[in-house]
Structures are given as C-alpha cells and as structure tokens.
Design a protein around this ligand. Structure first.
Ligand code: BG6
Ligand code: MG
Length: 218
C-alpha cells in the first residue's frame, strides 16, 4: 500500500519553472546565445549545472566561467522568487496536501533545486512536510533515482510505498528507476511514461488517484 507521496517542487506545487526560464533567458541574452521557451522545456527538472551545459550546447567555456554563470543565473532566480507567497501554490496543491495529512500519508519534496527549502518556506508549506530532499541531498541528479530514494529513506519508507508527482520527463524517469509509483503532470509527450497522467493537481483526490493507480496495473 502507498504510505508516502514525494512531490517534485518546481512546476508541480508552484510555477517557479517560469522563473527558472526567465533567469536563464537573462543570462543567455547577456552571453549572446539563442534561448527560448521551447529550448527551456528540454531543461525541465535538470540540475543547475546540467541545465547550463544543455543551454550552452557546443559553446566551449572554462570551469571558472561555468561557475560564474551558475552564480549569475541563481542571483536572477533569487530575485524572482523573493516575492513568492502562499498564493503562488498551484491550484489543487493545498487541498491535496490537506487530504494526505488527513489520510496519514507522509509527504516529502524531491527536488533538484538548491533553492527548494527557501521556496517551501515562502510558499508556507515547510511545516507540512515530513522531509525535504533537494539539490544538496545527493550527488547524482534526475534522471538518476537518488533524490527520490533519499526522500523515501527520510520518510522511513520503501520505494514501492511511495508515489512520485512530477512534471518533467527526467523526473518521471527518476521515479520509475527508483521503483516508485509515478503521477505525471503535463502533456503526454513530456511525462507519458508515468503510471498515471493528469494536466495538473487541480481537482485531484487521493482516493481517486489510488483507484487510477490500481487500474494502471490491469
Ligand atoms: C529543478 C528545476 O527543480 O531545479 C530546474 O525544474 C532547475 O529548472 C533545478 O534547474 C535546479 O534548481 P536550482 O535552484 O538549484 O538552480
Ligand atoms: Mg519540476
């Protein structure tokens, strides 16, 4: 039986993916490389470093330059998330968190972001979480399973007792390779490998999700 839910943060509980995009876009404009929302889609869920390497493509830069660019992007991102409030939780997020709490289901964050703790605090959900696994928790980032396995360990649960909620292809792959159940949010082209798929969290109910997961096995 399912005993825990591990939520990805950016793009699942809140729309910080847009802020990640704007921060990368500013950096890209400054260093003179082409970058748009479509290119950004490929970077969903990737760590800061992997995102930058993806954005740079064939463009050769030194390690020192990489470091400087990551710091610069993060400073733009930090400015953008300064005004995050509980109102920035996406529709359905709070209702599902309430429902999980009432059903005695443990809840963790499994995010690639080093800003995850800060974002959870700003969103006002930090006290509701039983664990936060973030960009500092593990060495290997999504699509590696490590961050979700770490979160499950913090919850004291086995992988098969956990449901991962993800908006990124790399995150769905990470959840599956961790041996967990996966709910994908977004277009099937992006998260279609998940056990079950929805557009977003709006209107999702825990009991209904359990039924859908069971049916996904038939
Ligand atoms: C993920 C986002 O959650 O975190 C990515 O989907 C982001 O877009 C990654 O690059 C790393 O975030 P940060 O805050 O450590 O730069
Ligand atoms: Mg995400």
């Amino acid at each position: 039986p399912l005993r825990g839910v591990i939520f990805d943060l950016d793009g699942v509980l809140t729309d910080t993916s847009e802020y990640h995009y704007l921060a990368w876009k500013q950096l890209a404009d400054e260093i003179g490389i082409a970058f748009d929302r479509q290119a950004n889609e490929q970077m969903r869920g990737l760590s800061r470093r992997d995102s930058l390497l993806h954005m740079l493509g064939d463009c050769a830069v030194s390690e020192a330059e990489l470091q400087e660019m990551m710091v610069r992007k993060n400073s733009y991102y930090e400015q953008l998330i300064q005004n995050l409030t509980p109102a920035d939780l996406l529709p359905g997020a709070l209702a599902l968190l309430d429902e999980l709490q009432a059903a005695d289901i443990k809840v963790a964050i499994g995010s690639s972001s080093k800003n995850a703790r800060l974002v959870c605090q700003r969103l006002g959900i930090a006290e509701r979480l039983n664990a936060i696994a973030d960009g500092y928790s593990v060495e290997h980032h999504k699509p590696a399973p490590d961050v979700f396995l770490y979160a499950a360990g913090q919850l004291g649960l086995q992988p098969h007792e956990c449901l991962v909620v993800e908006d990124a292809g790399s995150g769905v792959a990470a959840g599956l390779s961790a041996g967990m159940w996966v709910l994908g949010l977004g277009p099937v082209e992006r998260i279609g490998n998940a056990h079950i798929v929805h557009d977003n969290l709006a209107g999702l109910e825990w009991q209904q999700l359990l039924i859908e997961l069971e049916q996904s096995q038939m």
